[in-house]
Design a binder for this molecule. Structure first.
Ligand code: NAP
Length: 318
């Protein structure tokens, strides 16, 4: 089965869309790449970066004649985009997406998919906190999972064709049910983002002098939350609007566990705290052994030796 598509249409060309464009070009997975986005300036940026072959603000024009169409915009934009492109979708084409939630996407996209078009929702579990066409890089998907959530009626050969496309870009592909995906991602990705947004927001509300000290001493844990909390506001707004049930379910469990920790701190229950922290340390080690994280201390950040202090600044030598 050929992994190469005749025409790949990418609707939305931010971090994920541009990374697909670069990886697909590098691996020669499409003869032609058509790019469509909402704002003229974003389209021009994509053109300047040579991300594709065809550039248009008209999504229907981009998908005409395409045998693979991937929606790469925030999830909240999907319904209006699918309504606009549906009449131009070619029978036999695969329509997919990269959205971080899946049950909602299946619900809003499926009713508009014309007969003969294979709709297979997808989610590459790879990203950074940067956005826009210049944020992409072709190695983004290397060694990262890509989850596909086809409905039961989808032809398995088409799912395999799309899986082969993602594997060729370096992903490891897993097929699962959309609702199960949303539950797993709620706890592994969506709740951690909510916690990061919350803790950084709490600091933003602190009194001015305390806040400046937090920024000053931020290397001690807070800094790692700020990376996550710098993620795209529109994308994450849409994630919480469209994965509400799973997020609320997992948030309930999180709050229960937090109360247990709060009680252990209040009662000075050192054994409970140590047991919990030992369990969590083992989880990080298992993520490292699964190849999904670096074992380098402090995420591999450089820790150079301090520069020699000039004699004039040392004082007390005379
Ligand atoms: P991004 O860098 O902000 O890019 C979003 C793109 O969508 C931009 O090109 C934007 O272009 C375009 N767009 C926004 N609204 C649009 C509309 N109504 N019609 C047409 N184009 C529109 O976002 P991203 O990080 O690539 O995320 C895109 C998708 O990937 C999201 O669904 C997200 O859930 C998913 N995802 C993200 C990550 C991550 O870590 N970032 C990881 C996995 C999956 P304009 O400038 O023209 O508006």
């Amino acid at each position: 089965m050929s992994v190469r598509f005749r025409k790949l249409a990418l609707i939305g060309i931010g971090l994920i869309g541009s990374s697909i464009a670069l990886a697909a070009r590098r691996q020669e997975l499409a003869e032609t790449i058509a790019i469509s986005t909402r704002k003229p300036e974003t389209l021009e940026e994509a053109r300047d970066l040579h991300l594709g072959d065809i550039y248009t603000l008209d999504a229907a024009e981009a998908v005409r004649g395409a045998d693979l169409v991937i929606l790469c915009t925030p999830v909240g934009a999907y319904e209006s985009i699918v309504k606009a492109i549906a009449p131009a979708l070619e029978p036999g084409a695969i329509l997919s997406d990269v959205g971080s939630v899946k049950a909602h996407v299946v619900g809003v996209v499926s009713p508009h998919v014309p007969p003969g078009v294979h709709f297979i929702a997808g989610h590459p579990i790879a990203g950074t906190e940067h956005s826009g066409p210049s944020a992409g890089f072709p190695e983004l998907f290397t060694g990262r999972w890509c989850v596909l959530t086809p409905e039961p009626e989808v032809d398995p050969d088409q799912t395999e064709r799309l899986a082969a496309f993602w594997r060729a870009m370096g992903s490891i592909v897993e097929v699962m049910d959309a609702t199960h995906h949303d539950m797993v991602l709620a706890i592994t990705s969506h709740i951690p983002h909510l916690i990061a947004y919350n803790i950084v927001g709490t600091v933003a509300d602190l009194e001015a002098d305390t806040k400046s000290e937090v920024i000053k001493f931020s290397a001690s844990g807070f800094r790692d939350f700020t990376r996550i909390a710098a993620s795209d506001p529109v994308m994450w707004r849409d994630v919480f609007l469209t994965n509400r049930d799973a997020v609320l379910e997992m948030l309930g469990r999180f709050n229960e566990d937090l109360s247990v920790l709060q009680r252990a701190v209040r009662t000075g229950d050192g054994a409970a705290l140590e047991a919990m922290f030992t369990r969590t340390r083992a989880i990080r080690r298992s993520i490292i052994s699964a190849g999904q994280e670096t074992a380098a201390p402090d995420f591999g950040r450089p820790h150079e030796a301090p520069l020699a202090i000039p004699a004039a600044d040392r004082g007390g030598e005379g």
